[in-house]
Design a protein around this ligand. Structure first.
Ligand SMILES: [Zn+2]
Ligand SMILES: [Zn+2]
Length: 275
């Protein structure tokens, strides 16, 4: 993570005392919601001064009474994570004191004109900030938009769609997943291994078989006494057949051939759990 400390960006000292917090339910994503100078996009040298401007405008806001920049962190188009109030401090951005204590506030430096879309580097920086809040700041697994629970258009439609997709890194290498919905552990499927997994002689074995078995167990199917051992035996085949029939019965049709090709692979990860 490319973290820019308060001293590095030239933060002014807070004008009052912070409220300390030990943990949060997660992170809320914001955007600036105003003009963000387009020149910022091509010149990281301008970003620290832009963060100082944001802090100054917050300190001078007559209505809010802010003691500091309102956000926990701010992320620039180049993926740098600027420390705002930082970890274990209640932010001022989420809308009211209880919302501010509930989630850290991470602001993307995009707005309604100038820089209007997040860059790939920025999305990576946002995920860096989320992971940092979790690893060091006691943040839980939630990733939400400012508009969740508060009447605002923030963080804009583009970032909000990204939040709803689970805040993935742009290259798909990792995500900051929102917690599993109550319907079950839906998650993005890992890439199909490229070979069809089936009962064969000699027996098929490998990490891909193990991934299928682990996923079945996660979805409450039994794969036999040996658990996820990586061997595609008769018991694993029988469980796959049962899973395929259950899928078909629940509106996700699959041939019940006991083989894991791309369609069964996708269903294992993406089909909502209904059993
Ligand atoms: Zn906001
Ligand atoms: Zn920058």
């Amino acid at each position: 993570m490319k973290l820019v400390s308060r001293s590095a960006w030239g933060a002014a000292a807070p004008t009052g005392s912070y409220s300390r917090i030990s943990s949060t339910r997660g992170v809320k994503i914001h955007y600036e919601g105003s003009a963000v100078p387009g020149a910022l996009a091509g010149d990281h040298g301008r970003c620290a001064s832009h963060v100082r401007d944001i802090q100054r405008s917050h300190l001078n806001d007559p209505d809010e009474g802010w003691i500091d920049v309102a956000y926990s962190f701010l992320v620039c188009p180049h993926g740098y994570v600027f420390e705002g109030r930082g970890l274990h401090v209640k932010n001022g951005a989420n809308g009211n004191p209880s919302l501010n204590a509930g989630h850290y506030a991470v602001c993307a430096m995009v707005g309604t004109s100038g820089v209007v879309s997040p860059t790939a580097a920025m999305l990576d920086g946002l995920v860096d900030a989320i992971e940092y809040c979790r690893a060091q700041g006691g943040a839980g697994g939630e990733v939400r938009g400012h508009r969740d629970g508060y009447a605002t258009t923030c963080p804009g439609d583009e970032l909000y769609v990204w939040v709803q997709r689970g805040a993935p890194r742009p290259d798909g290498s990792g995500t900051a997943p929102a917690p599993a919905p109550p319907s079950g552990p839906a998650s993005a499927a890992p890439p199909f291994p490229g070979r069809i997994l089936r009962l064969a002689d000699p027996m098929v074995h490998g990490a891909d078989v193990q991934a299928v078995q682990s996923r079945l167990i996660e979805r409450t199917w039994s794969v036999g006494p040996d658990g996820a051992d990586g061997w595609y035996g008769k018991r694993t085949r029988a469980t796959i057949v049962a899973f395929q029939q259950d899928s078909t019965a629940n509106g996700w049709p699959l041939a019940d051939d006991g083989e894991v090709g791309p369609l069964t692979w996708a269903a294992l990860w993406d089909r909502p759990v209904r059993r």
